[in-house]
Each structure stands twice: as structure tokens, then as C-alpha cells.
Design a protein around this ligand. Structure first.
Ligand code: ADP
Ligand code: F6P
Length: 488
């Protein structure tokens, strides 16, 4: 095997842009589930996976990540998984059951996830879980090192892998490395909950470019680098030895053309019609079942509407689709129970023999079925209490090629910075939310259409390929051309 120094000097001699884009994230675009020995390989829910899928397909590079099953899975099954991953240009990183529990469930999702969303009530990390986080980050860096070829750029994603940029930089001083954080960046008070914050921030500074969704997150990140690490920050640059790290706000988006095609498909329109009932308006929510998504608050506001405006009873239904997510993490199990109990209470209190106010489904929906939900909605409810971006909001807008439908959008979602003509709400203000539902349900058609036209303009201007191009350009890589043209 070549020593890292030698590898680095070989890389330096290669013309930029002649290699591949190596995407590195914990979640691959396909997730494997093994139930009673039967292997199901399904598209992953979650913004990172759904958004980056098209970029990866176009660039023809390699995606390195975890398969969703433990390394202890028997060999014949792992072989099926490996072959399937290879066929989409992906490579699995093995994680043992103990690592999944300590690294993914307890440290990344138990400790970091709430902090990144400004919560200060999460668990205190155990030393052993931090150790597993470190070990798994090393394994990712090893996997990337093994695959890295001359001319490749490395694009690392999300909070599971914050140490990987530095680990790679130590081995490959000349390789272009980007990092994108798909969550918000927290304030200093929340960040103080993580004893390892200095190591995590230093890990990120191994990258050449650190990307976040909004300028507000970039400002917070730079503040943290200044106050936690005492680093010299100039404008959007951070000095790291002789290098300068650029911090860049760049809002992630979706494959707009793909959602528009679904929106214009007659079969999707038929399916959408079948979801509706005569004389009944439809509110729709589609989320991973996550406490950041504001689902209990959304339900409470619906109950408030039915209580305070009884004329809506029997005339409106809330269809909530919740994708199973992180079910082994206690906070997520508790949320599931809470949401189910809440739905039951509302239906018991307000429902009649011929009308069920809330239809709740705990499932993943894909492709045209998802598009049909977006098309069927009179009002789309995207009301997270905190969200890095929220791609569901953009998917809904892109699918509405009919120019109709109302988006109720939380001001606490990164997407609110772009989608200004949505009905913007504060997700914790239950009375305000209920008023927004009523306003959306009664909005005159001309106003709905003007708002939707502006929303569609905003989404079309900046699709996921544009986002990837901007990031790769900031990275100074010549790989931009691999990502192709944008929709508009
Ligand atoms: P997050 O990344 O936190 O999950 P986003 O809204 O940015 O939030 O992205 C969610 C992605 O997951 C979207 O692409 C959406 O279509 C998908 N998704 C959400 N809920 C479901 C579901 N119930 N079934 C299938 N896909 C879903
Ligand atoms: O966008 C936030 C995010 O953590 C993504 O990284 C990920 O795709 C999504 O949520 C789903 O979470 P998980 O990978 O834990 O299933």
C-alpha cells in the first residue's frame, strides 16, 4: 500500500476535475431491512438521501455509507446487499450492532441531533459512546482513503461524520475536501451541552469548504469556531495552519424536474383524486417521525380548529404520513406513542360514524404515491419546530404544476428563508397555527395561485443540481460539469 505522503504528491500532479465525486454519508440512498431472513432494499427517507440521489446518479461517482444493517448480518445476505449497492455506485461501511447503538443511536442521534436543533434537554454523552463515534469516524476515513484515486474530490455529509474531514486531511494534505451539514447549526448555549465540541469543530476544519443551508447557520458556526476554538475568523474564512477554510451558506434543494414530471403525470392526478372525498378539504403532513417536525403541535392546532370553528367538522380531514425513523432511540419511541395517542384522542372527541378527522399512517411512501399526496393536498402542513432546510416543502411546491395548493410553513425551517410567499407560522403557537389552517382553507383561488406561482419560481431557480454545482465550485473543483444542467 502507498504511504499517504506519496499518495498526496501523486494527487497534486493530476489536473483538477478529472476524477470522481466521492460522497460520504452515514445514510446511503438505499436502506436495507432484514425481517426474518427476508432482505428488503428500499429507498431511504430523509433529505440527505433523497436530495443527493440525483446528484450522485449524474456525477457517476462513488457513495460511501452505512447499509442500515449490522455487520453481523450473515454473509449470503451481505453479499446480496453489496452487489445491489455496487450496482448503484455505492459502497457499504460495516458497523457492528454495538457501534450502531453507541455511534448512531446514542451519540449521533441521542446527543448531537437535539443539540443541533437547539435543545438543551438531551442526554449527557457517555465516554464509551464518544469513543465509538471516534472509532466509526476513523473507519469512514479509512474507507475513503482506500477508494480515493487521483483527481477525486471528497464530499462528506452531516453530523455523524464531523471528525472525518480532519482525519482525511492528515492523510491527504492536497485532496479537496468538502463538508455539508444538513441540520441547523446550534447556538452556543446548546453547543455547550457537548463536552467534545472542540474536537468536533476542529474535525470540520479539516475540510476546504464547510457548507450549511443558511447565512444564519454560517454565522453561528463562525461564532462557535471563534469562541470554542479561539480561531482567527476573517469574513467567511477560518485560518487552519497555512490553509484557509471557507464557510458557505448554500440552501439544499430537490430534483425539481423529477417532481414536476410526477406532478404532470395523469396517473398521479388520478391517484390524488382517489385520496380525496367529496365535500371534504384535505390537509396533508408528510415527515419522518421526528420530534423536530412539530407533529404533536400540528395535531393540537387541528384539534383547536375543530373546537373553535365547529363549522369545519365533517368538512376537513388531516392526512398525516409519518415515516418510521430511528425507532431504537428512546425519544423517538416516546414520540410515536404520543402522536398515536393524540390522533386517537382527536378522533374520539370529534369523529362521527361517517367522518374521521385525522388519518394517520406510519409508513414510507415512494415516488408517485408521494407525488399523489402532494397533489391531493388543499393545504400542505410543514410545521417543524426546528429544521435545517425541509425538502418536503420544496417537493410539494415542485409537484404542484397545476399552480394550486397552499403551503403552511414554519419560520423555524431553513426553507422559510426562500419560500417567503408561503403562509409562514410559528410552530409552537397553537392558536396561531389553527388560524393559519383556517386562513389556508378559505384563501381565495387568485391569492392561492399568485402565492404558488412565486413559490414555484423560487424552487425552480435553485434546484439540487444548482446547489451541488455551487458547492463544488466553492470547493474549487473542476467536477462541476459532472452534475449537469439545472431545470430552469
Ligand atoms: P429530513 O431530512 O429531516 O428527513 P426533509 O424534509 O429535508 O427532512 O427530507 C425528508 C425527505 O424524506 C423528503 O425527500 C421526503 O420526501 C422524504 N419523506 C418524508 N416522509 C416520508 C414518508 N413518510 N415516506 C417516504 N418518504 C418520506
Ligand atoms: O437531514 C437530516 C438527516 O439526519 C439526514 O442526515 C438523514 O438523511 C435523515 O435526517 C434521516 O435520518 P437517518 O439517517 O437517521 O435515517
Amino acid at each position: 500500500m502507498l504511504r499517504p505522503r506519496l499518495l498526496a504528491s501523486r494527487f497534486a500532479a493530476v489536473r483538477p476535475g478529472t476524477g470522481r465525486v466521492l460522497i460520504v454519508s452515514n445514510r446511503l440512498p438505499l436502506t436495507v431491512r432484514v425481517d426474518d431472513g427476508a432482505v428488503a432494499i428500499v429507498p431511504s427517507a430523509g433529505g440527505l438521501a433523497t436530495g443527493l440521489r440525483g446528484v450522485h446518479e449524474r456525477s457517476g461517482g462513488l457513495w460511501i455509507g452505512w447499509t442500515g444493517v449490522p455487520a453481523e448480518t450473515p454473509w449470503p445476505t451481505r453479499q446480496v446487499i453489496d452487489r445491489r449497492l455496487a450496482s448503484i455506485g455505492a459502497l457499504g461501511v460495516p458497523l457492528s450492532a454495538a457501534e450502531i447503538a453507541g455511534f448512531y443511536e446514542r451519540y449521533a442521534n441521542g446527543v448531537l441531533w437535539p443539540v443541533l436543533h437547539d435543545r438543551t434537554d438531551g442526554p449527557v454523552p457517555a465516554d464509551a459512546d464518544w469513543e465509538l463515534y471516534r472509532v466509526v469516524n476513523e473507519r469512514y476515513a479509512d474507507a475513503v482513503s482506500r477508494e480515493l484515486r487521483a483527481g477525486d474530490v471528497v464530499w462528506i455529509h452531516d453530523y455523524h461524520l464531523m471528525l472525518v474531514p480532519r482525519l482525511l486531511r492528515e492523510r491527504h494534505p492536497d485532496v479537496r475536501i468538502g463538508f455539508f451539514l444538513h441540520t441547523p447549526f446550534p447556538d452556543l448555549e446548546a453547543l455547550a451541552r457537548v463536552p467534545q465540541r472542540a474536537a468536533l469543530l476542529d474535525g470540520l476544519l479539516g475540510a476546504d469548504v464547510v457548507g450549511v443551508h443558511t447565512t444564519a447557520y454560517a454565522t453561528r458556526f463562525l461564532d462557535a469556531v471563534r469562541s470554542v476554538l479561539g480561531r482567527d475568523v476573517r469574513g467567511h474564512g477560518v485560518a487552519d495552519g497555512t490553509r484557509e477554510v471557507t464557510v458557505r451558506a448554500c440552501a439544499m434543494s430537490i430534483d425539481v424536474a423529477a417532481f414536476e414530471a410526477q406532478g404532470a403525470d395523469a396517473r398521479v392526478a388520478d391517484h390524488a383524486r382517489s385520496l380525496r372525498r367529496d365535500g371534504e378539504a384535505l390537509l396533508v403532513g408528510v415527515d419522518r417521525l421526528d420530534y423536530t417536525k412539530g407533529i404533536p403541535e400540528r395535531l393540537a392546532a387541528f384539534a383547536r380548529l375543530l373546537r373553535d370553528a365547529p363549522e369545519w367538522r365533517g368538512r376537513v380531514r388531516l392526512l398525516q404520513i409519518a415515516a418510521p425513523s430511528r425507532a431504537a432511540v428512546p425519544a423517538y419511541r416516546a414520540l410515536r406513542a404520543r402522536v398515536e395517542a393524540h390522533v386517537e384522542r382527536i378522533n374520539r372527541r370529534f369523529g362521527t360514524a361517517s367522518w374521521t378527522p385525522v388519518e394517520y399512517r406510519y409508513e414510507c411512501v415512494e415516488g408517485s404515491a408521494l407525488a399523489a399526496l402532494y397533489r391531493a393536498a388543499d393545504v400542505m402542513l410543514v410545521t417543524p419546530v426546528r429544521d435545517g432546510m425541509n425538502l418536503v416543502a420544496k417537493e410539494f411546491v415542485a409537484t404542484r404544476t397545476d399552480g394550486d395548493g397552499v403551503l403552511v410553513l414554519s419560520r423555524q425551517a431553513g426553507a422559510a428563508a426562500e419560500l417567503r410567499t408561503a403562509l409562514l407560522v410559528e410552530p409552537n403557537d397553537i392558536a396561531g397555527l389553527a388560524r393559519a389552517y383556517a386562513a389556508a382553507l378559505t384563501m381565495p383561488s387568485p391569492e392561492r395561485r399568485v402565492r404558488m406561482r412565486r413559490l414555484r419560481g423560487a424552487v425552480r431557480r435553485h434546484d439540487v443540481f444548482q446547489w451541488a454545482r455551487e458547492f463544488l465550485l466553492a470547493l474549487g473543483s473542476g467536477h462541476v460539469g459532472l452534475v449537469g444542467r439545472t431545470v430552469g
